[in-house]
Design a protein around this ligand. Structure first.
Ligand code: MN3
Length: 196
């Protein structure tokens, strides 16, 4: 069963001006789509062809012989999770159950936001910054390249892509500004609550 590119949960211009339709044309239409194509080319005719995307990720994680497939499959998963981690008119302070957890585990929204931004800014090179639940505790973590908390047994609640392709057209080298816009205007707390 081929892996498919899920539809974006909003129109390509819905996140502007924080993320432009031009960025989503490339990031979703080219980068994300290419990962899907690569996975399908790599699993065709193999035992992995019948597995779900998540099973392919879990089965190839940590296997040096499957490094290429892991990278592409994890990137398909990460990007779908990232699109859902944003919504038009999102951002700002959390609501619902996660608000209490942010308060209890970080000591308030401002401390969470600072930790999230710092993790994103200090991820050297390409990668991801995550809000995760680890051993019953909310934490911010960063991962390089395609690495994915799921493969480490850690539950992701939301993520921001800090590969340059995520922000370069709109922010050039200003990754901190992109992270600030993500936190203030895009972050989808409904999604984080649903994942909690
Ligand atoms: Mn990306």
């Amino acid at each position: 069963m081929p892996i498919t590119l899920p539809p974006l949960p909003y129109t390509k211009d819905a996140l502007a001006p924080h993320i432009s339709a031009n960025t989503l044309d490339f990031h979703y239409g080219k980068h994300h789509n290419a990962y899907v194509t690569n996975v399908n080319n790599m699993i065709a005719g193999t035992d992995l062809a019948e597995l779900s995307l998540e099973d392919i990720v879990m089965k190839t994680a940590g296997d040096a012989a499957q490094f290429g497939l892991f990278n592409n499959a994890a990137q398909v998963w990460n990007h779908t999770f990232f699109w859902n981690s944003m919504k038009p008119g999102g951002g700002g302070k959390p609501k619902g159950a996660i608000a209490k957890r942010i308060e209890a585990d970080f000591g308030g929204y401002d401390k969470f936001a600072e930790a999230f931004k710092t993790a994103g800014v200090t991820q050297f090179g390409s990668g991801w910054v995550w809000l995760v639940e680890k051993s019953g505790q909310l934490e911010v973590m960063k991962t390089p390249n395609a690495e994915i908390p799921l493969a480490l047994g850690i539950k992701p609640l939301l993520t921001c892509d800090v590969w340059e392709h995520a922000y370069y057209l709109d922010y050039q080298n200003r990754r901190p500004d992109f992270l600030a816009a993500f936190l203030a205007h895009l972050l989808n707390w409904d999604f984080a609550n649903a994942n909690l």
